[in-house]
Ligand binder design. Structure first.
Ligand code: PMT
Length: 223
């Protein structure tokens, strides 16, 4: 059997961007590389957990020993993550940068350009993190919050509104940190406290975060 502080724990992590199709050759997406989520999956695995990584389209390799389930859209992500949690989950971490909106329909054929402007009609996407946190059998739930201003204010709002156990706030306004880079700087908030981590590599931040989450998991289980 695997050893480590998270041995026997089942962990589900979302990572990467989603893609919301406009027509057969175009989509709406964002700059998430998946690096933060993959680093957390690797840290959880090294701590002994069984890890399912629900990943949007990225170009990085699966961490050793981690089961990757690939998804494309926000709707796929909700289905896949919910299914993985149904299989048993002690800890759910949402690092994915999910598109909040999708085109209300995907054109069957490539949209042709004209001399006129064009507009897209968008509808809201489902929120995987909120759906999992609202379950009666909710695991210990950790969200991420990427903000460009009032980081602490928006992060604390998400902690209470989405009923999370912890929220990890990133200020993504600093060049070289956050989206699509190897480094990050975060502040983890929970009901009774907070801890700033970094600036550092995403790998180092993931290891510290996983240790911090491990301490809280223990106290939630009453161990
Ligand atoms: O992938 P990298 O290049 O390494 O970059 C990492 C990151 C910057 C993407 C990551 O650290 C990060 O901050 N992820 C959250 C991105 C974000 O913008 O989150 P949000 O504020 O839109 O959403 C808040 C939380 O709800 C997140 O945990 C998100 O995964 C979750 N969410 C949001 C919308 C939605 N429809 N479903 C969700 O699960």
């Amino acid at each position: 059997a695997t050893k480590g502080p998270l041995a026997g724990r089942r962990v589900v992590i979302t990572a990467g961007p989603t893609r919301e199709p406009i027509d057969p050759v175009r989509y709406i997406s964002n700059y998430s590389s998946g690096k933060m989520g993959y680093a957390l999956a690797s840290a959880a695995r090294m701590a002994g957990a069984d890890v399912v990584l629900v990943s949007g389209p990225v170009s990085i390799e699966a961490p050793a020993g981690v089961e990757v389930r690939g998804v494309t859209t926000a709707q796929d992500m909700l289905e896949c993550a919910s299914g993985a949690v149904d299989e048993g989950c002690d800890l759910f971490i949402a690092t994915a940068a999910v598109a909040d909106y999708r085109p209300d329909s995907c054109a069957g054929d490539k949209i042709k350009k004209t001399d006129e402007g064009m507009s897209l009609s968008l509808v809201r996407n489902p929120d995987t993190l909120a759906a999992i946190a609202a379950r009666a059998d909710a695991p210990f739930t950790v969200g991420f919050a990427a903000e460009t201003r009032d980081v602490e204010h928006y992060a604390l709002d998400k902690l209470t509104r989405k009923k999370l156990n912890m929220i990890v706030a990133n200020d993504v306004s600093t060049p070289g940190l956050g989206f699509n880079s190897d480094s990050n700087a975060v502040i983890a908030f929970w009901a009774q406290g907070q801890e700033a981590i970094g600036p550092d590599t995403k790998v180092a931040i993931a290891q510290r975060l996983m240790a911090l989450i491990g301490e809280h998991l223990k106290s939630k289980a009453g161990a």
